[in-house]
Every structure is written in C-alpha cells, then in structure tokens.
Design a protein around this ligand. Sequence first.
Ligand code: GLY
Ligand code: MN
Ligand code: MN
Length: 438
Amino acid sequence: MDYAPFHQRRRLLLEQIQKAGGGVAVIPTSPEHVRNRDTTFPYRADSYFHYLTGFPEPEAILVLIAGSTPQAILFCRDKDVEKEIWDGFRYGPEGAKEAFGFDAAHSIKEFDTKLAELLADQPALWYSLGHDAAWDTRMAAALNAVRAQSRAGKRAPPLIHDVRATLDEMRLVKDSHEIALMRKAAQIAGAAHRRAMQFTAPGKYEHEVEAEFLHEFRRQGSQAPSYSPIVAGGANACVLHYVDNNRLLKDGDLLLIDAGCEVDGYASDITRTFPVNGRFSGPQADVYDLVLDAQTAAIAATQPGATFIAPHDAAVRVLAQGLIDMKLLEGSLDGVIEAGAYKRFYMHRTGHWLGLDVHDAGEYRHGAGDDDWRKLVPGMTLTVEPGCYIRPAEDVREVFWNIGVRIEDDVLVTAEGCEILTANTPKTIADIEAIMAK
Ligand code: GLY
Ligand code: MN
Ligand code: MN
C-alpha cells in the first residue's frame, strides 16, 4: 500500500484547518448496509474517508488534530481471530498504523471516550453535521461530555466547521494519483462499451448487453459499476434514468448505454448511443450528428478560465439551432434559448464533476447570480454529455419518434484546454458502424 498520496492529502487538510484557526476534525467512514436479513450490500468506504486514508474497512474513523505537531489518528476494529476466519483479514489498530502511516491508531471501542479527551480546550470541531443522524447524536454526546467537565476547567470547542466544505474544494482538483485511477476507470469502461457494440444485435436482451459490461469491468480489475448501468433500447432511451434493462432489442432501434466503472474508488461515466442492427437510419443519423456537434462544441469550450456552464451554453446553442433546422422547434435561435423551448428535447445539464463520486463533490457556483459560475482550472475532471430525447407527439414528425441520443465523455481540464479521458470509445457514426460490422 502506497499511502503517500493519502498522507499528503491529510497534510494539506491539516494546513487548511490550522490556517482557519485550528481544531479537531472527525471523519467517519460509511457503515455496512443490510440488503436483506443477514446479507449486506457490497461494502464501499465513504468517499471523504477514503480520500484521506485509503483504509478499506467499515467501523473506522479518522481524527485529525491541527497544531504545531499535527496528528492523524485512526480508530478501527480490533483484530479478531474468530471473525477473521469467517469474514477475512482485519488490520487492527497496530497493523493499520503501520500500513497506512497514521501517527496513532486505537480500537474503535475507545473512540467516544478518547474523542471527549481530544476535543477538550480545542478551538473548533471540524465535522459535517446533518448527513447522518446517529453520528450527529454521537458528536453531540462527545461535546456534552466535555461541557460536563467545565468545573474541572475543560472547555468544549466553541465553533463547529463543516469539514466537508473544505474537503470538497480539495477534491475538485485532482492530484496525479487520482488522475491515474480515473484514466484507468475510463479506459476499462471504454473497453466495455466497445465490447457491447460488438455484441449487440437484434434479438438480444438489454440485460445480456449489461452483462457484457459487468464482465469486462470485473475482468479488468474494476471493483464495481460506478452507478447502475442504463441499457435502454428504443423508446427506453427517452427515460433518462431507465435501469430496468430487461427488454428485447429490436431491429431498427437505437440503443443508449450509460455505464461506467469504479477503480479504487474513482468513477468513469460514459454514454454511447448506437443502432441495434449496426447501421444508423437517416433520421437517427441526423439526431446523432446534431448531438455529436453539440458535444464537440462543449468540449471545445472546456478549458481553463472558462466557467463551468460555458460547455453547457455551447451545447445548447448547437442543439437549439439543429432542432430549429429539423423543424422540431420554431422561432429564432435566441428566442428558443431564452424561452427554454429546447428543454422539451434536452432537459438536463451538459456535465457534472466526476471523481470518487460519479456526481462528484464540489460547488458549481460561488453565488446565485448568472456570473457566479466557478471557473475551470487544470486538474478538474468533469463529464460532457449533451443529449436529445424525442418522445412521440402530434407536432413531431413520426420519423423522429422515440429517438433518444446521449454522448458522454469524461474530460480532464489541462493547461491548454482539456484531455478526453474516454477517447478510446468509438463515437463518430463511421467508427461505430465500423466496430459493429466486425
Ligand atoms: N450516469 C449518470 C450521469 O450521467 O450523470
Ligand atoms: Mn454523467
Ligand atoms: Mn452517465
């Protein structure tokens, strides 16, 4: 285990805490969740906790103490020979301290008592209130335990800061360790999309195509999909969060697949849309190329110094003009954009931050005004995913009915512009038809 990147992030967070007046930060990992009766969901660490520790076990808490000798303390499960026979290896505090480079580690059983000691006379508690009621109660109890000792001269921290707000800012700009993992997640998901293009044919079921993704993800070492894959044939493509994935794929339909994987916690998020029979029809190609043009414009607008919303605005301009040209909308370009008429066919945003969470942490704006969108800087990672979804309606030509297209890539903002991390995934009509013909 190379704990250097995690150690470095703890150091940076501690510096920021110190700069803001010091204090003690508490960052717990996720609990295990029951799926049914005595079966749990596959375990996934809390993203903030993982970012700072890399420690993979549940029932673990990171405590950071800022000051002239900053400290990182882990609380975790004890070693337990009997439980390890049934459920596998546990580091235990001593093993965890050694393997992950903490300054100290203790049994999770000692947490509540030790926390009350650690909080005494500190200027602030850094903890994210409101995400977990049981944790809020536990933190309140620790604060009250210190307050109860006021006659003994102990003082509880008078301030509480939201530690996630500080971490969100850090997580927005990826370090080289994170970028390497995101590259790998992008590369594996791209391979899975290529595999799906080669596998798909009329008569197959959506779930059979989904199985190709799960197989390729695991085969290449991804731990899990980064979200429930959307494998949407025909009209299902116009249901944005379709995840039933159980229908028959028909000759003449498009298939929209939104699927990405996670590598050591980091997500990829790719959408491709292609014809079930391997050849785009005329109207399908028209809509497809419009969305591709919108995506090309959005990617060109993704560069340092541009606002987060610039790629979206660029995509909307192209889409709105195309919808007017295809007689799906009436009016002037500016009129259609100002009135939001394009939203009937394009109702989502063109991207989101991507990282440990598929919709990653980090503010999109500094305030509520139109000019308050934050600016892109090198190291940010985001998706670029315009789409066009045409439901049957009297005022829509029937040749366009049920065509739903989205094209989604993952990009890294660089000093010069951006790098498409998912560039290994066929995207032009020619490239898609070529791989499907093989
Ligand atoms: N798959 C979720 C998204 O594209 O935002
Ligand atoms: Mn996305
Ligand atoms: Mn997606």
